[in-house]
Ligand binder design. Sequence first.
Ligand SMILES: Cc1ncc(COP(=O)(O)O)c(C=O)c1O
Length: 361
Amino acid sequence: MTERIFNFSAGPAVLPVPVLEQARDELLGLPGVGMSVMEISHRSKTFDEIIAGAESNLRELMGIPENYHVLFLQGGASLQFSMIPMNLLGEGQSADYVITGSWGKKALKEAKKQGAAAVAADMADSRYSRVPDDGELKLNPDAAYVHMTSNETIEGVEFKAEPETNGVPLINDASSNICSRPIDVSKHALIYAGAQKNLGPSGVTVVIIREDLLERIPAGLHTMLDYRTHAENGSLYNTPNTWGIYILNLVCEWAVEQGGLASIHQRNEEKARKIYDQIDASDFYRGHAARDARSLMNVTFRLPSEELEKKFATEATAAGLDGLKGHRSVGGIRASIYNAFPVEGVDALTQFMREFERTNG
Ligand SMILES: Cc1ncc(COP(=O)(O)O)c(C=O)c1O
């Protein structure tokens, strides 16, 4: 077998080995089909079963109520930054955006092209190291929706609970922490996520949308940009990412076999705790996020100098720990440890951190 290194990439990210093995085994021919999933019609009975399986496994895993549609779209989470206001920000309405980092800012930028979008909170003063308390939110009771980013991938800050929006529909970009822990889907009007962190390869975007929101969509939207098109056609209006949906289905099956989201959450907490404990063990490493906003998925930290950060990332790569360089916009080190990231990789990182501090501290 090809040797695998520890992949700390923020996304596309590590996938469960059993999923990759099954995909490898079925690459030349799905059992009983004799063709790969990439070579069959998206209208075939075989693909019907795959997409239905993906939906029902995701529903089971997340506890998605009946009155929500599950859509498998393309265009990444970034296209949702535009589709959300195009579909849901009506004439004369305003939407509230909670900004806890880089992705929330991008979502807001697109919303402003569509209509009125207000900032309910912007954590810039903390250099995006915190998330707001409910008391810090300036919410408009008449807003079309409140948009949040439950985990800011670049800064490594995560909400531990949904903000209270007092009945205003809550929309969540959960790209980097979907399925990392149990959540109450019914507290949200819409949840979306690019698949390439916790759910599969890039090229599929999951949108979980409450049925009644479809009624608000203005007439005349372009067909492909209208959520109704995809809801009415079971995500098969046009050719979907068949390969991506196939892998997503396998990842969901794997997650169910892991004991579901409660077990996965427990393991994620243990993995993250090990790295944060190492950060807290001395002054050499400095965590970016405030303790109560620390992400379980993206652990961000600094070293005493940029030179040392560069050296850390380079030497870590040489030691088989890849993808630790922080995002170019913020620098530092980022360890992304999504669901499929093995605890052995976390142990290898903390050992590397101790050794690096001993020789460079
Ligand atoms: C929280 C968050 N939102 C949005 C995006 C953009 O996703 P995509 O590249 O699928 O458009 C990312 C990508 O990393 C992300 O982490």
